[in-house]
Write a protein of this length. Structure first.
Ligand SMILES: C[S@@+](CC[C@H](N)C(=O)[O-])C[C@H]1O[C@@H](n2cnc3c(N)ncnc32)[C@H](O)[C@@H]1O
Length: 335
């Protein structure tokens, strides 16, 4: 136990990324986010970790270190939200839009961990024709780190979802890091992930009524004593009748012409495809529907698609739970 590398998760949300680290044998000590609900879920699911609600626009690593008593750390992980980057010449500059990224850099500078993992949206590597990516690498190289990056596709690593995230990994003292190769060419499907969950709502803690229907379901149930966060959304009669016209894996193009424009976004009226990995789970916009039932996936179904184990229980309002799930890095990808 004593030799597990220690971790701080910045902008931790509910802690999808750091949960993956726990499963991989790390000791997550601390998560920081300015979002109270997410921190409540984080603390409840990361038993050894402390979660603190703090605005990383304002709080410095010095203040956090003083507050928590954490003076040394082996690994810093996190995904600073990026609202685009402001660049001048070939550099990311110090303005408000870049401050959360700069905050991540300042934590690495302060703690000088053995390694860091910074994740972000996949197009960060092409922003500003690559200047953003080059500038990120340079910022960390200045602190003495060797940095490599890769855009990873979750479905190639045992997650039933085609989510892409960019990862920058830095190591000190020229220690080499190699990104893992994809583990499968036959990705898991939405059906593999959720076919054992019923059409109707369940009270939290309801026992499983069936055996797992796939190896993935067996894995994800783990030691859970039942099903949580499976409360369905009741749609209007109009919504239910429109979505009933869309087949498994279909979308608005399957609707009669006059109904196609009932929602003004391209992604509207999309159903999961039972035979394929899910598209990227969002934060609860209610445009993506179950492959079979005439409703959006529940929080638990979304969590399954994100590879959260059934023991990982989301707290807060249902809207907040959807957001926590949708924002997260799939734990199995983090792992
Ligand atoms: C993409 S989510 C992180 C998800 C997380 N890595 C996971 O795997 O579950 C980004 C997080 O940054 C947090 N955040 C945004 N602005 C912040 C700020 N100024 N200070 C602290 N946290 C902030 C959000 O509340 C959100 O939880």
């Amino acid at each position: 136990m004593k030799n597990k590398p220690t971790v701080i998760d910045l902008f931790c949300g509910c802690g999808g990324l750091s949960y993956g680290f726990i499963e991989a044998g790390y000791d997550v000590l601390l998560g920081i986010d300015h979002w109270k609900d997410a921190i409540v879920t984080f603390e409840n699911t990361h038993k050894n970790a402390k979660g603190i609600v703090a605005d990383l626009f304002k709080e410095t690593p010095q203040e956090i270190s003083k507050k928590t008593g954490i003076k040394n750390i082996d690994v810093i992980i996190g995904g600073p939200p990026c609202q685009g980057f402001s660049i001048a010449g070939k550099r990311i500059i110090d303005d408000e839009r870049n401050q959360l990224y700069k905050s991540f850099v300042s934590f690495v500078d302060f703690y000088k961990p053995k390694a860091f993992v910074m994740e972000n949206v996949p197009n960060i590597v092409s922003m500003g024709k690559g200047i953003v990516k080059d500038s990120i690498i340079e910022d960390f190289e200045k602190l003495g780190y060797s940095v490599i990056y890769k855009v990873m596709l979750a479905s190639e690593f045992g997650v039933p979802q085609n989510r892409r995230r960019a990862f920058f990994v830095g190591t000190k003292n020229n220690k080499e890091f190699v990104f893992p190769e994809p583990i499968t060419k036959n990705p898991l499907s939405a059906k593999d992930a959720i076919s054992d969950l019923p059409e109707k709502s369940l009270t939290d803690g309801t026992k499983y009524k069936t055996e797992p229907k796939s190896d993935y379901q067996k894995l994800i149930r783990g030691k859970s004593d039942g099903i949580y966060n499976h409360e369905i959304t009741n749609h209007s009669e109009q919504t239910t009748s429109i979505i009933s016209l869309v087949p498994d894996g279909g979308n608005y193009k399957n609707l009669p012409e006059e109904l196609r424009k009932t929602r003004n976004v391209n992604i509207a009226w999309t159903r999961l495809n039972s035979k394929k990995p899910s598209f990227t789970i969002d934060t609860g916009h209610r445009h993506h529907f179950h492959y079979k039932y005439n409703r959006v996936p529940t929080v638990r179904e979304s969590a399954r698609i994100q590879s959260f184990p059934d023991t990982f229980i989301f707290l807060g309002s249902k809207t907040s739970q959807y957001k926590q799930v949708g924002n997260a890095v799939p734990p199995i990808l983090g792992n």
